[in-house]
Design a protein around this ligand. Structure first.
Ligand code: ZN
Length: 332
């Protein structure tokens, strides 16, 4: 079942928690606060309380606490989805099913309670992408990206806005956004954003290209992560298909959770201006506890140094192969 996130917020806003709990627990009001015998542990004096704003319950005996969905899940021993249905029925709230992306579900599994309301990827109809025609970007050809690779990555042209666009897909291949990279060389001077998303952006809880790369990641038991899609395209031409783009140079907690769930080795192949220190954060530290994490360390300046800002695949297959085979273990 897919549930609109708005349903979760209306459940929390509209349903009185104490009204719901009162069906099962004899609640007495003391100074405006509902108090009763805890349904989750045996007790003779009441230590189960609902806060004055009617949002949270807390037991001072067994320390169980949470919101209405936590209560329903714990009391009726049901899943979150079932709890949402039960609550919606109680509050006469319509549960509208909308298709949502599986990456959200993966994150929900890991996500901390009470924090599940702010996801916003929805699956976008393919017709939105089909409005734009497949194209060959000539400036990319001169960078060494072959037209056939652009076809493979479904590069299209938004002529009106002078952007090369490409689909953002979730782990199952559903379209969750369309991303556009400006074709204007002087985007910096003109203060044009280099990349724009055509639809509302949810969390960056995906890797660009993961769906197509998945079989190769499984075969190689390794995922190679670049900063951007053009690097993936070049790596593809060198015969590396287990490649994705992080669309950032700092992995966030959602991306790290996704990587942990893949259970494979991880190689970080960011641009030459990023050293290990630049992308080390607590998320990366966590990742090293679950996976073997490697990174491209250009000790011999094969990419022309930090200032070059070259991606490890920018100077051809030989340089890439050398850098890749000398990749180093991330030890934090
Ligand atoms: Zn209790």
């Amino acid at each position: 079942m897919h549930i609109d996130d708005k349903v979760i917020s209306s459940i929390k806003e509209k349903i009185s928690l104490s009204d719901y709990i009162a069906q099962y627990v004899d609640l007495k009001y003391v100074n405006g606060q509902a108090v009763g015998l805890c349904p989750f542990h045996d007790e003779k004096t009441p230590s189960f309380k609902v806060d004055v704003n009617d949002r949270f319950f807390h037991c001072f005996g067994c320390h169980k606490s949470g919101d209405i969905l936590d209560f329903i899940q714990a009391y009726h021993k049901v899943s979150l989805e079932k709890a949402i249905k039960i609550a919606a029925k109680f509050g006469n709230i319509e549960v509208k099913n909308v298709p949502i992306s599986d990456t959200i579900k993966i994150c929900r599994l890991y996500n901390h309670k009470n924090n599940y309301a702010d996801f916003s990827h929805e699956i976008i109809p393919e017709t939105e992408l089909e409005k734009y025609n497949p194209t060959t970007i000539s400036s990319w050809v001169s960078e060494g990206i072959e037209p056939i690779t652009m076809q493979k990555y479904d590069i299209r042209l938004d002529a009106k806005h002078e952007r090369a666009i490409y689909p953002v897909r979730d782990i199952n291949g559903n379209l969750i956004n369309i991303k556009g990279r400006t074709l204007c060389d002087c985007w910096k001077e003109l203060k044009i954003p280099k990349y724009i998303n055509y639809f509302k952006v949810g969390r960056l809880d995906y890797f660009q290209g993961l769906c197509d790369a998945m079989p190769y990641i499984k075969d190689n038991k390794e995922i190679i992560i670049f900063e951007g899609i053009k690097s993936c395209m070049k790596a593809n031409q060198f015969g590396f298909n287990n490649v994705v783009s992080a669309e950032t140079s700092i992995l966030n907690q959602y991306q790290v959770r996704l990587l942990v769930s893949l259970g494979c080795n991880v190689t970080i192949a960011f641009d030459a201006d990023k050293t290990l220190g630049d992308f080390t954060n607590k998320e990366l530290k966590m990742l090293t506890r679950f996976c073997n994490v490697y990174y491209i360390n250009d000790r011999e300046n094969l990419l022309g140094g930090k200032e070059s800002k070259n991606s490890p695949v920018d100077l051809g297959a030989d340089v890439w192969n050398e850098l890749f085979y000398k990749r180093e273990r991330v030890i934090i």
